[in-house]
Design a protein around this ligand. Structure first.
Ligand SMILES: [Zn+2]
Ligand SMILES: [Zn+2]
Length: 255
């Protein structure tokens, strides 16, 4: 009975929910304020947009943490200097604070797909040219264990990966990476513990041919970079030549 109830609930949450969204007047995904009839397609009101701390300051090319201005040179910063991050670079939309933090958290609880799609659209508007410049071959997302996907109803990084792949006209392969077991969440762990927690726990599904590919890995929050680094390690092992990361939000202090 339990297994039968699952698809119905999914349908209600995804299909029926999406249909309802169309019937209701459009509302801001940040504060639920009604949007003007002629809005620009982004489900965020002016107030919420103004509260987002989108990155417009110098950041480390590798981990996207704030750094002193360095004439655009990609230097290892004080946050990631001692970590062997296996990915080549990170593009992050904003700082994990204020309204963006609220939206990323909301993306994990209710209306997750709508919030994820809105943030993907915002990311494209803000970072489209930079994402295009990367010339990636395929886009994937950090893996999430099945029970977490079920609890959240969807896997937001995967939704974002799909939207960005559509925009860039490259394939999305949301299921390329898998976790070997159900990992405890990274939240609350120390920096070294975060790296230990994911080490050796990820794998590339064997159906993917990645020889010399440039892979873009999508995650929601980048803190130490431990998860994305492990993703990059196994992707390289499977043949990828370059791994870039896109994160919606970068934790401000880099720890
Ligand atoms: Zn709003
Ligand atoms: Zn760095």
């Amino acid at each position: 009975m339990k297994t039968r109830a699952l698809p119905v609930r999914r349908w209600l949450e995804n299909g029926f929910g999406a249909a309802l969204e169309l019937l209701m007047p459009p509302r801001c995904v940040g504060c639920s304020e009604e949007l003007p009839e002629r809005h620009d397609g982004l489900m965020l009101c002016g107030g919420c947009r103004g509260d987002l701390r989108l990155i417009d300051w110098p950041v480390c090319g590798r981990c996207a943490a704030p750094v002193p201005a360095t004439d655009d040179v990609e230097l290892a910063c004080s946050h990631c200097r001692n970590d062997k991050l296996r990915f080549n670079r990170t593009l992050a939309l904003g700082s994990y604070e204020g309204r963006l933090r609220h939206l990323v958290m909301r993306m994990k609880t209710d209306r997750s797909e709508l919030v994820a799609r809105t943030l993907a659209e915002l990311a494209w508007r803000e970072l489209g040219p930079k994402l295009r410049q990367l010339k990636v071959d395929v886009i994937t997302a950090v893996p999430m264990h099945a029970w977490r996907r079920w609890r959240r109803g969807t896997n937001p990084p995967r939704v974002i990966a799909e939207r960005l792949a559509e925009k860039l006209a490259v394939p999305s392969a949301g299921g390329m990476l898998r976790l070997k077991q159900n990992l405890p969440p990274q939240v609350g762990l120390s920096r070294p513990a975060r790296f230990r927690n994911v080490a050796g726990e990820m794998a590339v599904r064997p159906t993917y041919y990645l020889q010399a590919a440039h892979v873009l890995v999508v995650d929601d929050i980048l803190t130490t970079g431990a998860t994305c680094s492990e993703a990059a390690r196994v992707l390289r092992r499977a043949g990828a030549e370059e791994v870039s990361v896109f994160a919606l939000a970068r934790t401000p202090a880099g720890d």
